[in-house]
Design a protein around this ligand. Structure first.
Ligand SMILES: Nc1ncnc2c1ncn2[C@@H]1O[C@H](COP(=O)(O)OP(=O)(O)OP(=O)(O)O)[C@@H](O)[C@H]1O
Ligand SMILES: [Mg+2]
Length: 242
């Protein structure tokens, strides 16, 4: 089933006198259960695509269907609702709230859904367990390593059971060891829990974890290729115990 169908997405920012053509006609279909990496030079439009896929922004023209719903015509409230129910976000800089515990950070999307506090806590603890952070729930972000902070962010993305995880350079601030751990975790969510994942990366080694690599250039898709079976990360299943 097609989870994401984008047709001819155009995004133009007008900056006073000049227009910036961030996207110049991007068409893209992603099937439920895929793990897709988006690559391309700085400024090629990767984050612009991710923001539209994540219902954080709307295209200037073109259509976007998410899970059978044309979201390109929806207003801000409906978009926020879809974001909260269907999408989990992971960012390069983790985006955790400082001076707040790991558990409370993970609870936040549940709080916005109006879920009772007890249930929020129980679900947050379970999500932290899923990312291997049982016992760290009372730590503040500053008391966690970069890799652990990103795992808290993944727990926060997971806790609402989204159908789609969007990760914009999830390993951009991590060393290679922590990067591997985060990619193993994301790949595990994809293979074992059938979660659809779209991630942006600059690093070819990270893109090899995906099934498919889309390369962007100057606001268009330059290539869209499957990752050869033999190139896909060989260690994913062995490390699945976490
Ligand atoms: N809010 C904005 N207003 C004006 N121009 C913007 C805005 N956001 C992005 N752009 C421009 O759109 C183009 C695409 O930006 P985008 O952030 O999508 O690139 P990117 O591929 O994610 O780059 P990077 O790898 O550096 O993160 C760039 O030329 C950028 O300057
Ligand atoms: Mg970007």
């Amino acid at each position: 089933m097609s989870l994401i169908v984008c047709r001819d997405l155009v995004k133009t920012y007008s900056m006073g006198e000049t227009d910036v053509h961030a996207l110049r006609g991007v068409s893209l279909t992603i099937t439920a259960g895929e793990c897709v990496a988006i690559m391309g030079a700085s400024g090629s439009g990767k984050s612009t695509v991710m923001n539209i896929l994540g219902c954080l922004d709307v295209p200037t023209s073109g259509t976007y269907e998410l899970d059978g719903v044309d979201v390109s015509t929806l207003g801000a409230n409906r978009l926020a609702d879809i974001r909260n129910r269907k999408i989990g976000f992971v960012f390069q800089n983790f985006n955790l709230i400082p001076r707040t515990t790991a558990r409370e950070n993970v609870q936040l999307p549940l709080f916005y859904r109006g879920i009772p506090s007890r249930e929020q806590q129980a679900l947050a603890l379970r999500a932290l367990e899923r990312v291997g952070l049982a016992g760290r729930e009372r730590h503040h972000p500053s008391q966690l390593s970069g890799g652990q902070q990103q795992r808290v962010a993944i727990a926060r993305a997971l806790v609402t059971n989204p159908i789609l995880i969007l990760a914009d350079e999830p390993t951009g601030n991590l060393d290679s060891q922590a990067s591997r751990e985060i990619m193993d975790m994301l790949t595990r969510l994809n293979t074992q829990e059938k979660m659809t994942i779209v991630l942006v990366t600059h690093e070819p080694e990270i893109a090899q974890y995906a099934h498919r690599v889309i390369t962007m250039k100057d606001g268009i898709i330059l290539s869209d290729r499957p990752v050869a079976e033999s190139q896909a990360s060989p260690v994913v299943m062995e490390q699945a115990g976490g």
